[in-house]
Design a protein around this ligand. Sequence first.
Ligand code: ZN
Length: 278
Amino acid sequence: MLNASLKKIAAAGLLLLLASALPARERGDEHEAFDSHYTGDYLAFKKRILEEFRRAGPGRFSEFSRRSRAEKGGDHKVLAFTFDACGGRNDGYDRKLIAYLRREQIPATLFVTGLWIDKNREAFAELAEDPLFEIENHGLLHRLCSTEGRMKYGVRSTRGLGDVIDEMELNARKIAGLTGRRPVFFRSATAYTDDLSLKVAQRLGMEVVGYDVLSGDAARSSAKKISRNILGGARHGAVVIMHFNHPEWPVLQALERAVPELRRRGFSFGKLEDFTVK
Ligand SMILES: [Zn+2]
């Protein structure tokens, strides 16, 4: 009995040793803060997925827009507001924007990276507990998911399939570990990705979500312009992409303009999980 336990401990120790002996590059992670995510169990899982997709080609590289969704059980006019928190150097989040959504009771889907979560643990926990918000996956390190390492807008991309799996799966596990709910949607950094990454996401139990309406907040548009973009693209089931980690961008002011007009036109708002694929 004791002998068996000792063997188990020795085996676990060996696995840990092997994992830590791998150069950072091979683990696909240059951020030491995330080293603990690369458990023996995870590395074995990743190897299996890599094997499954070994022969698959990258397919089309595009700004993937997901298909229109129909709301469950009705034909109302419902918009899906989505807000990304990309991380990187942008600590914090737009508290006034979140307060506005709560005040107006506007449900929203928040796509968060592992980078952002680790810099904003308290805020993350608070947002995840609020039923008004749905927490989804924006990747562990905010890398554009391309199995060929293609880039867009100068945003760093994954270097291959292994990195794509890390980006999707490690952040899904991270979110599930912290909230008890595993994300079901994934948005690649910049929303650009390739067909193979779409399939990998599906294999991992997530659907890749692009957008239907580009708010233009990341292009440093004015509140007026962002509001015009949202009103111009509004239709039932449309996904609007915005950010909530840049308090200096006029997203709140844009919504203060657009929301009353959308309501006047008969629109309401829903989280992505409230929609089903047609
Ligand atoms: Zn982003």
